[in-house]
Write a protein that binds this ligand. Structure first.
Ligand SMILES: NC(=O)c1ccc[n+]([C@@H]2O[C@H](COP(=O)([O-])OP(=O)(O)OC[C@H]3O[C@@H](n4cnc5c(N)ncnc54)[C@H](OP(=O)(O)O)[C@@H]3O)[C@@H](O)[C@H]2O)c1
Length: 313
């Protein structure tokens, strides 16, 4: 595989597409333990690693820490060096720098690592000001507990404030992890995309296949089950059809790429690193097929047009 890139201060190159592991251990939203099992998740991991993907995103809150533990046990079974990103959750009862450090040490313990490659603030939630948590990130970086620092779900203003704190400490802000896909292009309008470009902050795109919607498997007649059935309105399921057809048509022109692979490639063409979630080997294999090729500029703009029509009407 040739599709690797640099990510901030992380010494190892990462694949242009990672894997998201929110579903690894999460029962409530994703149905772990009922709809799919630990074995499915293990197979997703091995398929991902053997296809050359080396970037894994998790968080302390995914499955209440189970996602990090599953990753640790699987990492020990492969030789490939992997790049692990995890996240600090600013619960309202966490207010002190030592709460931050304790959360990080607990993540390292669950991951069985001495140092996490990318540590991110999960959300810019109050009551603690952004500047304080970002200073804690800088402390962890200087202490050598993390190789790079990032944030997640930060808007343009919050991103600039975080960046300003780190500039004063001479530490780059590596990334902002935000929702970005053909059904969610808010960052192109709200200033986040622009600030990231200006300040050389990498966008990591979460929910890059619209939590399954862009694979084409869900429609008005076949809505998703679980919590997602409340997230997709009938209107959205109807409006998305022309886009789903275009994804299929473009994929066929690329020798049988699937709609999910085309949707992920669109994210890569925009310069963002997608981290699709995969619950089993089949999904992991399909998502890995989004690498090592690119859409043409004409195809990107055709998808742009259909998706802006989708969000504006
Ligand atoms: N920072 C944050 O606040 C935040 C928030 C959300 C997510 N994330 C991160 O981003 C990652 C990805 O986001 P996400 O899980 O919300 O959405 P996503 O990647 O757009 O969708 C993942 C879901 O789509 C389905 N799927 C995946 N690959 C498929 C394929 N090839 N064919 C058919 N269906 C497929 C699976 O669910 P079904 O099989 O059930 O349809 C899977 O769980 C997460 O795991 C997490 O690491 C971060």
């Amino acid at each position: 595989m040739k599709d690797y890139t640099n990510l901030g201060t992380i010494s190892q190159k990462i694949s242009w597409l990672g894997i998201g592991t929110w579903a690894w251990g999460d029962r409530r939203f994703w149905g772990y333990g009922t709809d799919y099992s630990l074995k499915d998740v293990e197979e997703a991991f091995f398929t991902t690693v053997s296809s050359g993907i080396n970037f894994i995103d998790t968080a302390e809150v995914y499955g209440g820490g189970l996602s990090e533990k599953i990753i640790a046990s699987l990492m020990e079974k492969v030789q490939t060096p992997l790049v692990i990103a995890t996240k600090f959750f600013p619960f309202p009862w966490r207010v002190r720098a030592k709460d931050f450090r304790k959360a990080l040490l607990n993540s390292l313990k669950r991951l069985r690592l001495e140092r996490v490659h990318l540590y991110q603030i999960h959300w810019p939630f109050p009551p603690v000001p952004i500047e304080k948590w970002v200073s804690c990130l800088a402390d962890a970086y200087e202490e050598g507990l993390v190789e790079a620092v990032g944030v997640s779900n930060y808007n343009a203003d919050q991103l600039q404030r975080a960046h300003d704190v780190l500039v004063r400490r001479n530490i780059p802000l590596t990334s902002n992890q935000v929702p970005y896909s053909l059904i969610n292009r808010k960052i192109e309008q709200n200033g986040v995309f622009r600030v990231c470009q200006e300040r050389k902050i990498q966008i990591i795109a979460y929910s890059p296949i619209g939590q399954g919607l862009l694979t084409g498997k869900y429609s008005e007649q076949r809505p998703p089950s679980g919590v997602r059935r409340f997230l997709y309105s009938k209107q959205l399921l109807r409006k998305i059809q022309p886009l789903q057809e275009k994804l299929k048509e473009i994929g066929e022109a690329h020798g049988g790429k699937t709609p999910a692979q085309v949707a992920l490639n669109w994210v890569i063409c925009k310069g963002a690193i997608p981290i699709p979630g995969a619950k089993n080997a089949r999904q992991a294999e399909e998502n890995a097929g989004a690498l090592n090729w690119r859409l043409t500029p004409e195809e990107v703009s055709a998808l742009d047009q259909l998706s802006s029509h989708l969000t504006s009407s």
